[in-house]
Design a protein around this ligand. Structure first.
Ligand SMILES: [Zn+2]
Length: 383
C-alpha cells in the first residue's frame, strides 16, 4: 500500500512540478478516445483519492458527462472512460458538468486544505508521542509526500518540528506552574523518558530545565528604579548579570512587571552599591553607541536567544526589518515568531529590539511605547 503511494509520488516528482498546468496538458492534448488513463500517474492519485491533488487537476467521465476532484468519494469509473483536465474551466469547456458530490468547481479548496491541516495540528497536540508521518498522512487522506509539503506550506514548519515545538511549549507552561516538578513537567508534556528529554532540552528550552525553572526559586534579583530621559527606568540584576531593563511612566508598574517576569525570584531593593549600576545603565541608555560593559543574564528559548543575538548585531544608528532578522537567523519564514521574540525581550536597549522596524521602514510597536522607540532611533542616528 505505502509502496504503491511512494511509486506514485516518485512518478509525480519525476515527471511534473507542482502546478496543475504542468500536470495536465500532455494528456489533454490527445483525443479522449486514446487517453490511456489507466497508465497515467494521475489515475493512481484518483484511485488513492489523494486530497493533496485536489486543485491540481480534475478527471471527467465520458459516459456520465461529469467531472470530479481527484478525492471524490464516488465509485470510480472505468479508466477507459476517464479523461483528465488541468482545470475545471478546461473540463467545462470540453462539455463536462461539475459533480454535485465533490463540487470540484466549488470555492474553498484552500479552506478545505487548511481545515484538514488544522485537524492534524489538533491531533498532534493531543497525541501522547509525536505521531509518525505515515500516520498523519493517512489521517489527512494524502500521500506522505504531499501531506508533508502541504503541511509545511500552510504552517511554515514540518510536522515533526510542529510536534516538538508543541511539546516544548507544554514543558514550558508546566515548568512555570508553581509546585510542578521537572520530572512531572517532562512526562506531562509527552516525553516518554527523562533521558530523552534531557538529551534534547537545550534545543527545546535553550537551557537545562532546572535553570529554566529557576526563573526561579533560589534566585535573588536585585533591582532599583531611576529616571532617564525616556522616563522611569528599572534595572535588575541576578548573580549572572543584568536580567531586566524596563522603561515606562510609572515606577510601580515597572516593579509589578518585574515580578510577573520572574514570579519565583526573591526581589530585593537595590542598596547604595546598586545605585552605581543604575547610573551606568542610565548612561548607556542615554548613549547606546557607547555600549554596556556589563554581563547580561539572558533568559529565553533557543529561538528567542538567536533572535536577541541577531538584534545585538545590529549596529547603533542602523535598523533592520523583522524579515531581515528572520533571514539572518536562518528562519526566513518565521517573521511573526521573530516579532514575538522582540516583544518578549526584557532587557531594553541592551538587546536593541528598538532597532527593528517594519519592512517599509515604518516604526512598529514597542513594548515600552512607540514614542520611546522613536526617541532611541533618533538619538542613535544623530550620534
Ligand atoms: Zn465527484
Amino acid at each position: 500500500m505505502s509502496d504503491r503511494k511512494q511509486r506514485i509520488d516518485a512518478m509525480f516528482r519525476a515527471t511534473t512540478c507542482d502546478t496543475a498546468e504542468a500536470v495536465g496538458p500532455a494528456v489533454d492534448a490527445r483525443e479522449p478516445a486514446a487517453a490511456p488513463a489507466a497508465t497515467d500517474p494521475r489515475w493512481q492519485a484518483v484511485l488513492a483519492r489523494d486530497r493533496a491533488f485536489d486543485g491540481r487537476f480534475v478527471y471527467a467521465v465520458r459516459t456520465t458527462g461529469i467531472y470530479c476532484r481527484p478525492s471524490c468519494p464516488s465509485r470510480h469509473a472505468k479508466p477507459a472512460n476517464v479523461v483528465f483536465h488541468p482545470t475545471c474551466e478546461a473540463a467545462a469547456k470540453a462539455g463536462f458538468r461539475p459533480c454535485l458530490r465533490c463540487k470540484p468547481d466549488g470555492a474553498g479548496l484552500a479552506e478545505l486544505h487548511a481545515a484538514v491541516i488544522a485537524d492534524i495540528c489538533r491531533f498532534i497536540e493531543a497525541a501522547e508521542e509525536a505521531p509518525q508521518l505515515d500516520e498523519l498522512a493517512r489521517k489527512a487522506g494524502m500521500s506522505p509526500f504531499h501531506f508533508h509539503r502541504l503541511f509545511k506550506s500552510i504552517t511554515g514548519v514540518t510536522p515533526r518540528a510542529y510536534a516538538s515545538a508543541w511539546r516544548a511549549e507544554r514543558v514550558r507552561s508546566e515548568l512555570i506552574r508553581p509546585g510542578a516538578s521537572v520530572t512531572s513537567a517532562i512526562y506531562g508534556a509527552g516525553f516518554n523518558s527523562n533521558g530523552r528529554f534531557y538529551e534534547t532540552s537545550n534545543e527545546v528550552l535553550g537551557m537545562k530545565p532546572t535553570d529554566y525553572r529557576a526563573g526561579g526559586t533560589n534566585t535573588e534579583i536585585h533591582f532599583a528604579i531611576g529616571e532617564c530621559s525616556l522616563g522611569a527606568i528599572l534595572v535588575a540584576r541576578s548573580e549572572r548579570g543584568v536580567c531586566a531593563i524596563l522603561l515606562g511612566d510609572n515606577p510601580d508598574a515597572l516593579a509589578r512587571d518585574l515580578q510577573d517576569r520572574f514570579p519565583q525570584a526573591r526581589l530585593i531593593g537595590g542598596d547604595a552599591a546598586f545605585e552605581s549600576l543604575v547610573a551606568k545603565v542610565v548612561g548607556f541608555v542615554e548613549a547606546p553607541a557607547l555600549g554596556l560593559d556589563l554581563p547580561l543574564d539572558v533568559r529565553g528559548t533557543a529561538f528567542q536567544q538567536r533572535v536577541w543575538q541577531a538584534l545585538r548585531d545590529i549596529p547603533a544608528g542602523e535598523t533592520a526589518s523583522y524579515s531581515d532578522i528572520a533571514r539572518r537567523i536562518g528562519a526566513p519564514k518565521s517573521v511573526r515568531a521573530v516579532a514575538q521574540a522582540c516583544a518578549a525581550n526584557t532587557i531594553a536597549v541592551a538587546i536593541p529590539c528598538h532597532r527593528v522596524v517594519r519592512n517599509d521602514g515604518a516604526l512598529s510597536g514597542y513594548r515600552w511605547g512607540v514614542e520611546r522607540k522613536r526617541a532611541l532611533i533618533d538619538k542613535e542616528s544623530a550620534a
